[in-house]
Design a protein around this ligand. Structure first.
Ligand code: S3P
Length: 430
């Protein structure tokens, strides 16, 4: 399905973005593993999160959807085998479902198969297979790719694991497996990745301690049901922040956005570039910092971003590259090789599609070089999302400043993380 979008005058008003995808996945998982009745308020009803909900329903959790909330009767740490049909668990497009679930399945007394769509079937799984095999799980794959056949073991062996990659999905898989281990499991990473799992595990009663970039978890006999409220997703807010910053005359308030310090790299970088962004009404909701964001059109200066910052804005880099096409000077992004193994090869897809709109962007093996002086010359064209939600949304924001009409092919994929994206965008366009 294609969508046709046109240049607009400005962005203004007040909006709320959908709930955080990472936090929704974790809330469904831990509520399903807990004993008792949990409530997940303001969950994200997106395709990816539905895959996690379905998987845990198959394994014994009772999950009722009531408007924006989930009522979950947990199955306890020992799940029931999901045997139904040929393939046991279908993870769709969701890397988070697959990798986090692998950690939980590693500690079960049954065998499970995880499959996914074409994009997920090309994404690397060796990164979870390796630590979980060290812990004693028997995992077979198609040469590091899906399908994963996971034969769990209980108890697993506690390990000390060091990862030179910054990845919250692998960290979370090891921590979840650590719940089923025979002693304390420690995971250490070079640059801290998002820490939603650590925060939520503690809230559900797990014994978790954090020391810099190192996390230790002790085995658990049980987790206790919680009432979790999910904040708005900063990775979804990023598209509206970008729109307000690059469309002249814009002024926007985005309410209820999670600003966990492991996720707020985009805001820090934009402020350094001269962006007029204010965080107001700062508060804490279910162990996560939350605020309202006020953002106004700004003349921006180019900047350099490297591996020390990338993990804090990894999902925002596609839209950041678009913003950089509007900043004075040359921006360089390096240390972002991970983008090559996301829902699409985002270094290639961002570069090729923004070029179609007239931007001066070159790809590097691990990033981008963006010449901002091309900024005012974007022009509409026919572009492809490559079925990658964040590419579709980046191109939709680009269309707001591109002369003429932009046609985005396979535009529906925004439902992976942001159902209703095009309507929300339309509501604030003047
Ligand atoms: C996620 C972690 C990140 C991120 C993804 C969600 C998570 O992936 O890109 O969208 O919820 O843990 P990596 O762990 O591969 O960096």
């Amino acid at each position: 399905m294609e969508i046709k979008l046109n240049k607009i005058n400005c962005i203004s008003g007040m909006i709320e973005v959908p709930a955080d995808k990472s936090i929704t996945h974790r809330a469904v998982m831990l509520s399903s593993l807990a004993e008792g009745n949990s409530v997940v308020r303001n969950y994200l009803p997106s395709d990816d999160c539905s895959r996690t909900i379905e998987a845990f329903r198959q394994m014994g959790a009772e999950i009722k959807i009531d408007d924006d909330d989930l009522y979950i009767k947990g199955a306890g740490l020992k799940l029931t085998s999901p045997h139904s049909g040929k393939y046991d668990i279908y993870a769709g497009n969701s890397g988070t479902t697959t990798r986090l679930l692998s950690g939980i399945l590693a500690g079960q007394n049954f065998e499970t198969v995880i499959t996914g769509d074409d994009s997920l079937s090309k994404r690397p799984m060796q990164r979870v297979i390796e630590p979980l095999s060290k812990m004693g799980a028997d995992i077979k794959s198609n040469d590091g790719l899906l399908p994963l056949i996971i034969k769990g073991k209980n108890p697993l062996k506690a390990i000390n694991y060091e990862n030179d990659k910054s990845t919250a999905q692998v960290k979370s898989a090891v921590l979840f497996a650590g719940l089923y281990a025979d002693g304390a499991t420690t995971y250490r990473e070079s640059v801290k990745s998002r820490d939603h799992s650590e925060r939520m595990l503690k809230a559900f009663g797990a014994d978790v301690s954090v020391d810099g970039n190192s996390v230790t978890i002790c085995p658990a006999e049980r987790l206790t049901a919680q009432d979790v409220t999910v904040p708005g997703d900063i990775s979804s807010a990023a598209f509206f922040i970008a729109a307000a910053l690059i469309v002249p005359g814009s002024n926007l308030i985005i309410k209820n956005v999670g600003v966990n310090p492991t996720r707020d790299g985009l805001i820090e970088v934009l402020k350094q570039m001269g962006a007029d962004i204010a965080l107001t009404n700062m508060r804490e909701v279910s162990q996560e910092p939350v605020c309202d964001i006020v953002v106004k059109y700004s003349r921006l200066r180019a900047i350099n971003i490297d591996a020390s910052l990338v993990p804090r804005m990894v999902d925002e880099i596609p839209v950041f590259v678009l913003i950089a096409t509007q900043a004075q000077g040359v921006t360089k992004v390096s240390g972002a090789k991970e983008l090559r193994v996301k829902e699409s090869d985002r270094i290639e897809t961002v570069t090729s599609q923004l070029k179609k709109l007239g931007a001066q962007v070159e790809s590097l093996e691990d990033g981008f070089i963006i010449n901002g002086d091309s900024g005012f010359n974007l022009a509409g064209a026919v572009v492809d999302s490559f079925e990658d939600h964040r590419i579709a949304m980046t191109l939709a924001v680009a269309s707001l400043i591109a002369k003429g009409e932009t046609v985005i092919n396979d535009s529906h994929c925004v439902d992976i993380s942001f159902p209703g994206f095009y309507k929300s965008l339309k509501d604030i366009c003047r």
